[in-house]
Ligand binder design. Structure first.
Ligand SMILES: NCc1[nH]cc(CCC(=O)O)c1CC(=O)O
Length: 310
């Protein structure tokens, strides 16, 4: 006897334009992969979206963007949730899994400004807007003469603050800008090895309950194995550094023949110190751990606050 195939699939999503685009994208891909399957969105607000006056670390971290969506899945009000994988904590909540990681879009951060082409072109004292400790650390390391100022809110809000003249430049993920049709705002790309993205930046993940059975199998049709291997290495590195999203950790893995090449960075948002390491290997998990060990050998511990300075 076989159980009937699910015919309706409900996707819990945040309500920001980027989150809605990503969820629609997943819905379209699921409809294409499973003709006859009805796919609907269940938009909801999360605490991470609502509290904008305090830093994310102060109110409980990026998990806050997932919590309400997970509750909806536990209550049976939604079958899965769609996330930017870079916003998903390194340790998933027990009872949940990621049945699919979609093909990665562009991984790079973009330099966005109305007056300047590149980070290098900014005059001393220019104001750069970003609340990401990772981006702050990399700006400090490359251009200690610039002024950093916090900038939160969704992509459109951040662009509006740039246009209002509050900043000379801001830094946003190219993937998000492209998805919103705002690619023209990218003046230049911040590229490796000088500049690395957040672990898993540019990758979209689907989350469901780990007892989802047939539903998980439907979702797994969208999984892209090469992307999964790369982001697993990046996330394994971050996990081995006790990486939450509150520490300036950056990582980028790419395929090199049958193997993976992983570059990692740990920095300091306050003084621009940074350590870097890289490695190559076939197993994402052990490669990630190995690069993390090298980072720690080079002094990442004190930067992360997990061991006292030598
Ligand atoms: N921090 C919010 C966030 N989460 C995912 C993206 C972009 C899309 C992606 O990386 O997949 C963004 C915007 C940004 O960092 O500019």
């Amino acid at each position: 006897m076989t159980t009937p195939r699910p015919h309706l699939l409900r996707i819990a999503t945040r309500k920001s334009p980027l989150a809605l685009w990503q969820s629609e994208h997943v819905a379209d891909a699921l409809r294409a992969a499973h003709p006859g399957l009805e796919v609907t969105l269940v938009p909801m607000s999360t605490r991470g979206d609502e509290v904008l006056d305090r830093s994310l670390s102060a109110i409980g971290g990026k998990g806050l963007f997932l919590k309400e969506l997970e509750v909806a899945m536990l209550r049976g009000e939604a079958d899965c949730a769609v996330h930017s994988l870079k916003d998903v904590p390194m340790e998933l909540e027990p009872g949940f899994m990621l049945p699919a990681i979609l093909p990665r879009a562009e991984h790079a951060d973009g330099f966005v400004s109305n007056r300047f082409e590149t980070l290098d072109a900014l005059p001393a004292g220019a104001v750069v807007g970003t609340s990401s400790l990772r981006r702050q650390a990399q700006v400090r390391a490359l251009r200690p003469d610039l002024v950093l100022r916090d900038l939160r809110g969704n992509v459109n809000t951040r662009l509006a603050k740039l246009d209002a003249g509050e900043y000379d430049a801001i830094i946003l993920a190219c993937a998000g800008l492209e998805r919103l049709g705002l690619e023209a705002r990218i003046r230049s790309r911040l590229t490796a090895p000088q500049w690395l993205p957040a672990p898993a930046q540019g990758a979209i993940a689907i989350e469901c309950r780990d007892d989802a059975g047939d539903m998980a199998a439907l979702l797994a049709a969208l999984d892209h194995a090469p992307t999964r291997r790369c982001v697993e290495a990046e996330r394994a590195m971050n996990r081995a550094l006790h990486g939450s999203c509150h520490v300036p950790v950056a990582a980028l893995a790419s395929e090199r023949g049958d193997a993976l090449f992983l570059q990692g960075m740990v920095g300091s948002a306050s003084d621009g110190r940074a350590v870097r390491a890289e490695g190559e290997g076939a197993d994402p998990e052990s490669l990630g751990r190995r690069v993390a060990e090298q980072l720690l050998e080079q002094g990442a511990g004190p930067l992360l606050g997990i061991e006292p300075p030598a």
